[in-house]
Design a protein around this ligand. Structure first.
Ligand code: HEC
Ligand code: HEC
Length: 301
């Protein structure tokens, strides 16, 4: 009996040691990537001041780029993921108010944050979707920065980000894009200007910078978003295999009202609260583009 108890105690002890070692390994391997300092030259942009550019910047920040989804409608930032075993993440206060970074960033710092995912000191921005914004053209990036620099100050101190063991494991497995700087070709040139209008070419651009590909997958075939909680709805298949039965007016209805052709509601994870404000040309551009993507079976990321 005594022998068995002793054996059991040893087994439990060994398991505890293995778990502790595994957690240490997890922590060290992930922290090394979080602490890495990046040397990124960035691109000097000439920041416009005219009202047309500011209007374009505002649309990029709200309707198209959905920065407000994390940075809040007043751009004062705050907690947006509160799941300590995964992470507690705060989006920065982008204004010039107390606790904000707006007054401290040079134009080049803004560009490096938005299109390269790094802070002025070279540390990577956590979970900030720069891997999408990196595809902004120079003109759009400049308009966006111009607009952000005009934001009214909001006084809000922002907490410190923390990443829990599950978040770190998902990060190491490649299911959580915690360090977008790693996903960006840092010295690549940014895309050539894309003329705005109801064209498939402009739709392709919007599908990237508007986050459609971020959720629906690079091939747009939908399926479970890596790292998302199991009870979240999976993005739909937007290739002809998935929405081939849509007519153009169905597509407008989906993006403006959040309803499928039969009238059933689309889950609010699909951000129609923003896409509803896209212009007719923008929605038509996306529609034309989606008709050109190769058909793929659902989830064929
Ligand atoms: C998914 C949520 C999310 C979205 C969407 C998002 N951000 Fe962020 N952003 C963050 C987080 C989180 C941080 C803070 C990261 C950190 O401190 O490591 C951040 C930080 C920043 C910073 C701060 C840079 C610094 O030097 O501290 C800038 C600038 C910024 N975001 C701009 C934008 C713009 C512009 C958009 C829209 C195109 C955008 N963000 C969309 C989450 C988001
Ligand atoms: C934050 C993630 C996210 C983003 C960004 C996003 N979607 Fe979705 N979308 C979803 C999810 C999740 C569903 C499925 C919802 C459901 O099953 O009810 C969906 C469903 C749809 C549908 C309905 C398809 C059907 O089942 O009939 C269309 C159309 C659509 N999205 C188009 C787009 C377009 C175009 C964009 C880019 C402008 C976009 N989505 C951006 C998450 C997203």
């Amino acid at each position: 009996m005594k022998k068995m108890l002793r054996a059991a105690a040893w087994t439990v002890g060994a398991v505890v040691v293995v778990v502790i070692l595994a957690l240490c390994g997890l922590y060290i391997a992930s922290q090394r990537r979080i602490d890495k300092k990046w040397t990124v030259a960035g691109h000097e942009l000439s920041i416009p001041g005219d009202s047309l550019a500011l209007l374009r910047g505002r649309r990029l920040a709200i309707t198209i780029g959905k920065c407000v989804d994390c940075h809040r409608t007043d751009f004062g930032g705050g907690l947006f993921i509160d799941a300590p075993p995964v992470a507690r993440l705060y989006a920065a206060n982008l204004t010039r108010g107390k606790g904000g970074i707006g007054g401290q960033l040079s134009d080049l710092d803004w560009e490096r944050a938005i299109r390269h995912g790094v802070k002025p000191d070279g540390s990577p921005l956590l979970f900030m979707p720069a891997q999408e914004a990196t595809h902004l053209t120079d003109e759009d990036a400049a308009a966006l920065i111009a607009y952000l620099k005009t934001l009214p100050p909001v006084d809000r101190e922002i907490g410190k980000n923390s990443v829990g063991p599950i978040g770190r494991a998902l990060f190491l497995k490649g299911d959580l894009q915690l360090v977008p700087a790693e996903l960006i070709k840092q010295d690549a040139s940014h895309p050539a200007p894309v003329p705005m209008g109801a064209t498939a070419e402009y739709g392709a651009y919007l599908a990237v910078i508007g986050g459609c590909k971020g959720c629906h997958g690079q091939t747009l075939s939908g399926g479970h978003m890596p790292g998302s909680p199991p009870d979240w709805k999976s993005p739909a298949n937007l290739t002809p295999e998935g929405i081939g039965h849509y007519r153009e007016e169905d597509f407008f209805r989906a993006l403006r009202e959040g309803k499928r052709p039969g009238g059933t509601p689309i889950d609010t994870l699909m951000p129609f609260r923003y896409t509803k404000d896209m212009t007719d040309d923008e929605i038509r551009a996306l529609w034309l583009y989606l008709k050109t993507v190769p058909p793929k079976a659902y989830g064929g990321r």
